[in-house]
Design a protein around this ligand. Structure first.
Ligand SMILES: Cc1cc2nc3c(=O)[nH]c(=O)nc-3n(C[C@H](O)[C@H](O)[C@H](O)COP(=O)(O)O)c2cc1C
Length: 224
C-alpha cells in the first residue's frame, strides 16, 4: 500500500491530501499509523517530495521515519516545482543518509531518462531502488538495456501500444474508463510521419479493438 504524499494537483492539495500532507506532519503520521494497523502483513510505503516550497527533507523525512513505513519514495522536487525544473538528487542522497540505520527502504525518483541513467543515479545517491515515471510512457522497452526506443520500428511500437490497450481492458475493465489509455496513445503515437493524424483517430476510439483497426489502416497506408 503506497500512500501518496506528493501529488501537487490543486484538486488534491485543496483537500489537504497528496503533497499538502507535508504541511501537516501530524496528520501524515496518523495516516501511516492507521494504514499500518489496517494493512496486516501488507507493507505500507509513502511516496513524497522533498518539501512544499523549499527543500525540507531533514525535518519532513524525520517525521515519516518515526512511523517506520516499509519504504519512502522520494521525488526530488518540491510541491511548488510541480513537474518543472529538475529533480534534486543531492536532496535524495541526503534522504539516504538521514534514513541510514532506520531499516526504511529509500527509493529515488525524478527525471530518470534511461536504465543507464537510473543505475548511475542510484549508485551516486546510494538509494535502495529507483522509481521511473514519465520515462516509461510509450516506451515499455525502457528496462531492456539492449533496446533503444529510437531503433524500434514504428510498427512494433504501435503493436506494443495495442497490446498495452488490450491488457488495460483485460485487467481494468469496469475499474478504469477506456479513455485513460489515451494518454499512453499520445506518447506511443508521436515522433514519426503521420503521427498527428494517427493520434487524432486514436482519440476517437472507444475500445482496444477499434484502436487496432485504426493502427492496421495506418500501417497499410504509411511506410513507417
Ligand atoms: C501524468 C502523471 C500522473 C502521475 N500520477 C501519479 C500517481 O497517481 N501517484 C504517484 O505517486 N505519482 C504520480 N505521478 C508522479 C510520478 O510518479 C513521478 O513522481 C514523477 O513523474 C517524477 O518522476 P519522473 O521524472 O520519472 O516522471 C504522476 C506523474 C505524471 C506525469
Amino acid at each position: 500500500i503506497d500512500i501518496n504524499m506528493g501529488c501537487p494537483d490543486k484538486s488534491i492539495v485543496d483537500q489537504g491530501a497528496g503533497a499538502a500532507l507535508m504541511k501537516n506532519p501530524k496528520r501524515a503520521r496518523e495516516i501511516i499509523r492507521a494504514a499500518k494497523k489496517g494493512a496486516g502483513d501488507l507493507p505500507v510505503s509513502v511516496k513524497t517530495r522533498i518539501g512544499w516550497s523549499e527543500n525540507e527533507i531533514e525535518s519532513w523525512l524525520a517525521e515519516l521515519l518515526s512511523e517506520k513505513p516499509a519504504a519512502i519514495i522520494v521525488h526530488g522536487r518540491t510541491k511548488k516545482q510541480s513537474f518543472a525544473g529538475t529533480a534534486d538528487w543531492d536532496a535524495i542522497k541526503r534522504a539516504v543518509e538521514i534514513a541510514k540505520g532506520s531499516g526504511v527502504v529509500i527509493i529515488g525518483n525524478g527525471d530518470i531518462k534511461s536504465r543507464k541513467d537510473g543505475v548511475r543515479k542510484a549508485k551516486e545517491s546510494g538509494v535502495d531502488g529507483i522509481m521511473v515515471g514519465r520515462g516509461v510512457l510509450g516506451n515499455p522497452w525502457f528496462f531492456n538495456h539492449k533496446v533503444k526506443i529510437e531503433n524500434v520500428p514504428v510498427a512494433e511500437r504501435l503493436e506494443a501500444m495495442i497490446e498495452h490497450a488490450r491488457l488495460f481492458e483485460k485487467f481494468l475493465k469496469g475499474t478504469k474508463n477506456y479513455n485513460v489509455i489515451k494518454k499512453h496513445y499520445a506518447v506511443y503515437a508521436s515522433g514519426f510521419d503521420g503521427a498527428k493524424g494517427l493520434r487524432t483517430e486514436l482519440m476517437g476510439t472507444k475500445s482496444a479493438k477499434q484502436a487496432w483497426h485504426v493502427v492496421k489502416r495506418f500501417l497499410r497506408k504509411n511506410r513507417v
